[in-house]
Design a protein around this ligand. Structure first.
Ligand SMILES: Cc1ncc(COP(=O)(O)O)c(C=O)c1O
Length: 413
């Protein structure tokens, strides 16, 4: 007997992270410190502890029980949260667009609600071919087709493929939804330059001559950029949107506040025309009400406090981990260069990805790495190394070990 709806896939989720992480843990229990676990996509300190920022959680502990117990004051989020998210996301960027903020359960909720609210079943969403696995899962779950653009042309964003993929989607539908994960792309650590952003906006504007274009910009890792003072500058370029373009910025407090478990984020809607933003807000509000109702009141209140009254201490504490990510990535990149380990262009962020376009070879290398007690995550056309969770002493020599395994696996071909 089949009970699930006919259109749903009953193939179990392929969990590429947790299953390997479990193996790593077992290996560590048996073989100790020689095991290298580069699977976990959360910040782990040099002494192996999961990072939960003090400047975030001490205030959370002080929040009144009644605030924790209460519903939020609005389906699209508490007004103070919506206002503060907007100001936090923009920073110094000066936007002349109409906007709205919808509180969502993490960045996942923002991306997923946008896909669901802007596309009808059977339509196509455009996503990067190397990217966060959930984009494809969301598409499948909402009966959308996913079209993939090639992420890189050499070491630069593949603008031509992005435009071609949009044109491909426009052959069968008038509305286009395209996802870009920037800055600090998962899994490569790439960040677009402002020149690339200007080109992307020109592409979106050209496409909007044929029909509405929605850009979902997933900024989950933005607050770990190595260039915090300028990382939001590209948003000013959004002022150049034509009337036919809307952006949905998907924000997550999971990484920003190291509060993955509090499930708090936001979708920021931006477009030239106020009525277009209000219409989209109405649909998103219904998606929220139908899907999760409202977001944890205390999580929103905490974000507002931490990023205003608690801001100085918070930024100082977070900066230590940004500096740590920089030290870890510098070391890995230096050693990768020395041993000619092919990697995708890394600029900043939690992950570095080894470049291997043959997915059968990716599997082979991944398995051989595990034989040698090195645990990583396979992605399309690559192997992800989570430097966010690897202490420096375990990064030392890692690039050379991976290079050795790649050579070993290729020799057997
Ligand atoms: C690229 C990317 N976007 C969004 C998210 C959303 O995370 P959350 O739903 O916890 O905010 C993640 C989390 O891993 C991610 O890697």
């Amino acid at each position: 007997m089949r009970f699930a709806k006919d259109s749903a896939s009953i193939v179990p989720l392929k969990d590429t992270v947790f299953a390997v992480a479990r193996r790593a843990k077992e290996d560590m229990a048996a073989n100790g410190d020689q095991v290298i676990d580069a699977t976990i996509g959360s910040l782990i300190s040099e002494d192996g502890k999961f990072v939960a920022l003090n400047s975030v959680f001490r205030h959370y502990d002080e929040i009144d029980d009644v605030i924790k117990a209460s519903y939020a004051s609005g389906m699209i989020g508490n007004p103070s949260y919506r206002k503060q998210v907007y100001s936090w996301i923009l920073g110094k960027a000066d936007l002349a667009l109409s906007h709205s903020v919808i509180a969502t359960p993490g960045g996942t909720g923002a991306v997923s609600a946008a896909m669901m609210s802007f596309l009808d079943e059977g339509q196509t969403v455009i996503v990067p071919e190397i990217g966060w696995i959930s984009y494809d899962l969301m598409a499948a779950q909402y009966n959308l087709k996913a079209l993939h653009y090639e992420l890189f042309d050499g070491d630069r964003f593949d603008l031509a493929s992005f435009e071609k993929t949009i044109q491909e989607a426009q052959k069968t539908q008038d509305r286009v939804v395209a996802v870009i994960n920037d800055p600090c792309h998962n899994p490569t650590g790439y960040t677009l330059s402002s020149e690339e952003w200007a080109e992307i906006i020109a592409i979106l504007n050209r496409a909007s001559e044929k029909g509405p274009v929605i850009l979902i910009n997933d900024i989950a890792y933005i607050d770990y950029s190595f260039h915090l003072s300028s990382v939001r500058d590209y948003l000013t370029l959004f002022n150049g949107f034509s009337d036919g373009v809307m952006a949905v910025i998907a924000f997550s407090t999971s990484k920003t506040l190291t509060s993955y478990g509090l499930r708090c984020g936001a979708a920021i809607l931006l477009a030239r025309n106020e009525t277009d933003v209000r219409d989209a807000e109405t649909v998103m509000e219904k998606t929220a009400r139908a899907g999760w109702s409202n977001i944890a009141n205390a999580a929103m209140e905490n974000f507002v406090w931490v990023t205003t009254e608690g801001k100085e201490a918070y930024l100082e504490e977070k900066q230590k981990y940004i500096d740590l990510l920089k030290q870890r990535s510098d070391l890995f990149l230096k050693e990768a260069r020395e041993c000619h380990l092919p990697i995708y262009p890394y600029r900043e962020g939690f992950f570095i990805t080894i470049r291997e376009k043959d997915n059968a070879m990716v599997e082979k290398i991944h398995n051989e790495l595990m034989n040698r007690h090195i645990y990583t995550v396979t992605v399309n056309k690559g192997i992800r190394v989570a430097i966010c969770s690897l202490p420096i002493r375990k990064i030392q020599g890692l690039a050379a070990k991976i290079r050795e395994v790649m050579d070993f696996c290729r020799k057997g071909e």
